[in-house]
Design a protein around this ligand. Sequence first.
Ligand SMILES: [Zn+2]
Ligand SMILES: [Zn+2]
Length: 262
Amino acid sequence: MATPVTIPSSVAARAATNYTPDSNGCWNSNYAVSSPGYPKVGWQEGEIRRAVTTSRAAWTHHSGRQVPEGGRVKAKCRNRLCVNPEHIFMVERPANWKPRKINPHNPDLPRHIKDPVKRFWAYVDKSGDCWQWNGGRSTCGYGRCRWDDKSQYAHRIAYQLAKGPIPEGMYLDHKCFNTLCVNPAHLRIADTYQNAQYHQGANRDNKTTGVRGVHPHGRGYSAIIGYNNGYLYLGTFDTVEEADAAAQAKREELYDFYKPAA
Ligand SMILES: [Zn+2]
Ligand SMILES: [Zn+2]
């Protein structure tokens, strides 16, 4: 499990002493502010680049302690820049605290693995049917990774590693609707048009049956799939399974999608 970062005393001292006081009595850190609005102080630890908030580092400096696992440094002035020891305090982990999930600055992650293919798969949890990506994510919930010095979709890299190149202009569709899944067996090639069709209509957003294309209808379930920018009604069935089977069969029939040579 991830252990909290140990802040070197020189770093803590830098964070605690580089500030500009203001008229509220706050000591505003001179360090650059990161995206959530907290200034951060960084250092290099072997190959790993570390960064913590300046208030956390300053607290370490003044208390002579490291912040315990799950602990947080807060400021009673609510000023995120503040490193004044009179304003900042540490709260021990709350009762409902859980160890944090893997994050990209965690040394437990396989960043240090030199071989890019091995490193890639080390980010993947293959214990389930879906192979879960544990690395970074895009804002829309897809796995992202650094590959060929570019930020790329993890599922596309996984597919290419397992099955070969993706033809120009083609997309990969998640048959399992799990955007973090990188199992090549759950990915199929689609063009933009097919991809849009796959995602039209009832799918992962279907809150009522949880099955794509299947909606409660009267006493049964109707099967509806997206087609030609509209919807295709396939009839109403007694069970979710029957409606699902009808929707799947029709999809396969309509979208004779490209299948790569085995
Ligand atoms: Zn303050
Ligand atoms: Zn999957």
